[in-house]
Design a protein. Structure first.
Length: 100
């Protein structure tokens, strides 16, 4: 049984996830920019879209339009699609610049 306290804690955790994700994305973009990554703009746009989707998900959850079960699907999209797709694309770029 889900109680109000659980929802409040879930929202706090989700907001923390969004904050930490913003920090991670900012550091990643700074590094890509420093080395002149050619697809920087597209990568930054993808980050912005993922953050907006996360904020929208949190808003819908807070308003009671979706359940907390929507979060794992979002994380799967982020972790699998973004990290294994977009982030993997710049891995060889970093290796070429001596970053591993």
């Amino acid at each position: 049984m889900i109680i109000r306290r659980d929802k409040a804690v879930s929202l706090q955790l989700f907001e923390r996830l969004i904050l930490e994700t913003k920090r991670h994305f900012a550091a990643e973009i700074d590094l890509l920019e420093a080395f002149g990554y050619k697809d920087l703009e597209a990568h930054a746009l993808e980050h912005a879209q993922l953050l907006e989707e996360a904020r929208e998900l949190a808003r819908k959850y807070e308003e009671g339009h979706i359940s907390a079960l929507a979060l794992p699907e979002f994380l799967k999209k982020w972790l699998v699609a973004h990290i294994e797709g977009s982030d993997r694309a710049y891995a060889s770029f970093f290796r070429e610049h001596g970053i591993s």
